[in-house]
Design a binder for this molecule. Structure first.
Ligand SMILES: Nc1ncnc2c1ncn2[C@@H]1O[C@H](COP(=O)(O)OP(=O)(O)OP(=O)(O)O)[C@@H](O)[C@H]1O
Ligand SMILES: [Mg+2]
Length: 351
């Protein structure tokens, strides 16, 4: 529209990393303005968000796993994609309004990062959610591209770079060159599967039921993908419910056994990386010998994971700066260049 040129600077433009675990919003010129869990509390059996639509994010996460019978706390995204459309919309609406303020004449333009593997139907769901949530214009940006931009990789240059974004629901592996994805793979194995592996281990070995949040805490405190020569093996006390007696109980676990429990998801992630490398054109592969692999996403913070990927591939493997905000920062940088980039982005007209 002709007036967009004049209104553009007035409207709030935002980049959204709509993640399985966390949603981050970055605003042009302001950086990251919101970072909350992707959780919504609803009345059981309905899509009615509690507290008049305000039980979203941190408020809702506190309710997760501790909710009385009539309330459920849901994560509307599963494996990186929208599994509950209405609730995702309510969540986006809450986050967008929180950032733009209540009374606005003009909806924001938003760039939303999506996993590279999602289907047209899933893309449509993201679009519709953003539009119903008040966005004036929506652009989709593939998560690996956003991560590469956020990590400062030379993704638009004629040299290959590789990003591995390990989130909660999906791991995205991509080799990029000249602002495009040359090879990529998206596997639905990431941080959540590590938590599940720990839950399964506790059941199998100790007959102890633990919750998702406890499993995540174990992973972050003592979990690892490889032994670290600089850190000693440790122990941790864990509380849960005995599967036989049904009563609360505690037990002590070691970092070695958690490493063992995590080996399956870790191996799956590493295999996705090596498969992608095997498919790369020789010229691109040659560039990667120089440029190495960059890891992003919260899952990349698992101790020893970079070492394991380096061993498996023979390539230099480093963590991006602040891996958890990499994608959101990438969407914000994209926004700054939107006039240049927007033709290459998917927008409503394409779907
Ligand atoms: N220090 C840590 N060690 C290991 N894992 C961690 C650490 N910190 C966070 N994580 C894990 O990172 C995951 C969340 O990462 P992130 O916020 O990048 O995911 P997301 O973007 O919401 O998910 P997706 O991209 O799959 O939709 C969670 O599984 C969390 O447990
Ligand atoms: Mg993510």
């Amino acid at each position: 529209m002709w007036y967009e040129r004049f209104l553009g600077p007035l409207g709030v433009d935002m980049g959204i990393d709509l993640g399985t675990c966390n949603t981050l919003v970055a605003v042009r010129g302001q950086g990251i303005v919101l970072n909350e869990p992707s959780v919504v509390a609803v009345k059981k059996g309905t899509n009615q968000v509690l507290k008049g639509g305000q039980a979203v994010g941190w408020v809702a996460k506190e309710m997760l796993g501790k909710t009385p019978g009539s309330i459920t706390a849901v994560r509307p995204l599963k494996d990186g994609v929208i599994s509950d459309f209405e609730i995702t919309e309510a969540m986006l609406h809450y986050f967008i309004t929180k950032v733009t303020g209540r009374v606005r004449m003009l909806g924001p333009r938003v760039v939303i990062s999506i996993p590279s593997g999602i289907t047209a139907v899933e893309k449509r769901a993201v679009f519709d959610s953003a539009e119903h949530a008040g966005a004036r214009k929506t652009y989709l940006l593939e998560e690996p591209i956003a991560a590469a931009i956020g990590a400062g990789l030379p993704f638009a240059e004629p040299t290959a770079s590789m990003i591995v974004d390990i989130g909660g629901g999906t791991t995205e592996v991509a080799i990029m060159s000249l602002a495009d994805i040359a090879n990529c793979e998206s596997v639905r194995v990431a941080g959540d599967d590590m938590d599940e592996a720990i839950i399964a281990h506790m059941k199998r070995t100790y007959n102890l039921m633990i919750g998702e949040q406890t499993a995540e805490r174990i992973k972050i405190q003592i979990g690892s993908a490889a032994p670290d020569p600089d850190t000693e093996e440790t122990q941790m006390e864990v509380r849960g419910r005995d599967m036989v007696s049904g009563l609360p109980r505690k037990t002590t676990i070691t970092s070695e056994e958690i490493r063992e429990a995590l080996s399956e998801p870790v191996t799956n992630i590493i295999e996705a990386v090596t498969r992608t490398l095997e498919r790369a054109e020789p010229e691109l592969a040659a560039d990667l010998v120089e440029n190495g692999i960059t890891l992003a996403g919260g899952g990349s913070l698992l101790r020893g994971l970079a070492i394991r990927i380096k061993e498996a591939t023979g390539l230099d493997t480093t963590l991006a700066e602040d891996p958890l905000t990499c994608v959101a920062r990438g969407t914000a940088i994209y926004l700054e260049n939107i006039e240049v980039w927007k033709d290459t982005l998917e927008n409503n007209a394409d779907i």
